[in-house]
Write a protein that binds this ligand. Structure first.
Ligand SMILES: [Zn+2]
Length: 240
């Protein structure tokens, strides 16, 4: 049964969970190539599909736009973002500049407690890679770099890293293979080991090799789009 309009005002908690549910469903559809870059997301249809108000749909679309997965155009509506390979290359060029210096500064001030937090993060990455949870593993693999920025406690740097990594999320969601995700996780482990050993030169060399390998995975040999296995009506239905 679809509830287009609730007789009572829905609680804040249920609106939040509906919003998150739509965000997760659209992200999954992108991962499975059921929604392709440039596809239009129609508010009314999403509202009918999930049985929620257009207000909730708009909140979900806004959240997806913050994640750089959706582009909102005034008077035209919402579209799945379509980042170009050129944009991905430019993002990686900026990341190399910013993250090299970040690593240099981080070596001087990182504490054992920071290392423990980063190790726990690596474990979460490894678990998401193992259960082939593409949205979670993509987010966690990117967040590792944001976690490094957090060690320095500079909010401007943290925001900048967040922005840089999210600009690659769509391209990564669509094109990073399971093997490549596993490789990234292993490279994060080696990098953290070098940081723990206070070996700045090795850490910076490993960072460069890691960023180069991720960039090449996404821009040179992307995973071929695959058709989602049709394990139920939910998966077979297009979202837009
Ligand atoms: Zn990484």
């Amino acid at each position: 049964m679809q509830l287009i309009a609730e007789p009572n005002f829905p609680g804040v908690a249920s609106e939040v969970s509906s919003t998150e549910h739509i965000v997760a469903a659209v992200t999954q559809a992108i991962v499975e190539h059921r929604l392709l870059p440039g596809a239009k997301l129609v508010e009314q249809r999403l509202g009918d599909r999930f049985g929620v108000s257009r207000t909730v749909v708009r909140q979900a679309l806004f959240r997806l736009s913050e994640l750089k997965l959706v582009r909102l155009e005034p008077a035209r509506g919402a579209f799945v973002a379509a980042p170009s390979l050129q944009e991905a290359r430019e993002v990686f060029a900026v990341r190399r500049m910013v993250e090299s210096q970040m690593l240099r500064e981080l070596m001087a001030c990182i504490k054992p407690a920071d290392i423990r937090k980063l190790k726990a993060h690596l474990k979460a990455e490894r678990d998401a890679v193992a259960r082939i949870d593409v949205p979670s593993r993509t987010k966690l693999l990117f967040d590792f770099h944001v976690r490094l920025a957090e060690v320095l406690g500079n909010q401007v740097l943290i925001d900048l890293m967040q922005e840089l990594v999210s600009r690659c999320s769509l391209i990564t969601l669509m094109y990073q293979s399971a093997d490549n995700a596993q490789k990234s996780n292993a490279e994060h482990g080696q990098l953290l080991k070098a940081i723990e050993n206070r070996d700045a030169n090795l850490a910076i060399q490993l960072l460069h090799e890691h960023l180069q390998s991720v960039e090449q995975q996404l821009t040179l040999a992307p995973r071929a789009p695959h058709l989602a296995p049709s394990s139920g009506a939910e998966r077979a239905q297009p979202l837009a």
